[in-house]
Design a protein around this ligand. Structure first.
Ligand code: CA2
Length: 150
C-alpha cells in the first residue's frame, strides 16, 4: 500500500516569514517550518506536501486536489481566514481531518477582525499561539490519528 500523504498549506505573505514582525511571528522561516514538518512526517512514515500561495484560486485548487490525495491536512490560511469564503466552501468538501494553524494567538490580537477566523467552524481542530511549533504538532496529531484508525 502506498504511504499516506499529509498536506501542509500556507496562505498569503507567509513566504516572508522571519523577515518582518519577529515579536509576533518569531524568526523562523517557512523553510524551517517545512523541515520540522518533514521530520515529523518521516518519523511517522508519511509523505508530506508543503506549499504556500498568495493566490486564493490556487489554494482552492490545492484543496480540491487534497480531496482525493490527502489523508490529513494542515492549513495556515493567514488572511484567507477572514474573508476566504471560497476556501471555506472547499474545506467543507474534504473528508479527512483538517487542522487550522496560526503561529500567533489570533484571539488576543489587537485588531478585532484578526481574532475571528471564518474557517474555524469547518475544521477538525485549531492550534493558535504556539508559535511555529504548532505546525509539527498538528502533523504529529494527524499521524497519530491515522495510526489509531489503521
Ligand atoms: O498567526 C498566524 O499564523 C497568522 O495566520 C499569520 C497571518 C495573519 O494574517 C493572521 O492574522 C495570523 C499572516 C501574517 C502576515 O504575514 C507575515 C509574514 C511574515 C512576517 C510577518 C507577517
Amino acid at each position: 500500500m502506498a504511504a499516506q500523504k499529509i498536506y501542509v498549506l500556507n496562505g498569503p505573505n507567509l513566504n516572508l516569514l522571519g523577515a518582518r514582525e519577529p515579536e509576533v511571528y518569531g524568526r523562523a522561516t517557512l523553510t524551517d517550518i517545512e523541515d520540522a514538518c518533514r521530520m515529523e512526517a518521516k518519523e511517522a512514515g508519511l509523505l508530506l506536501e508543503f506549499r504556500q500561495t498568495n493566490a486564493e484560486h490556487e489554494m482552492v485548487g490545492w484543496l480540491h486536489e487534497a480531496r482525493t490525495e490527502a489523508s490529513g491536512l494542515v492549513i495556515n490560511p493567514a488572511a484567507f481566514s477572514y474573508a476566504g469564503y471560497a476556501i471555506l466552501d472547499a474545506l467543507k468538501m474534504l473528508t479527512c481531518s483538517v487542522i487550522e494553524v496560526h503561529i500567533s494567538n489570533i484571539h488576543r490580537r489587537e485588531a478585532g477582525w484578526r481574532s475571528k477566523s471564518i474557517l474555524t467552524q469547518v475544521v477538525t481542530g485549531i492550534v493558535s499561539g504556539l508559535g511555529v511549533k504548532g505546525y509539527p504538532l498538528a502533523v504529529r496529531h494527524l499521524a497519530q490519528s491515522l495510526a489509531v484508525a489503521a
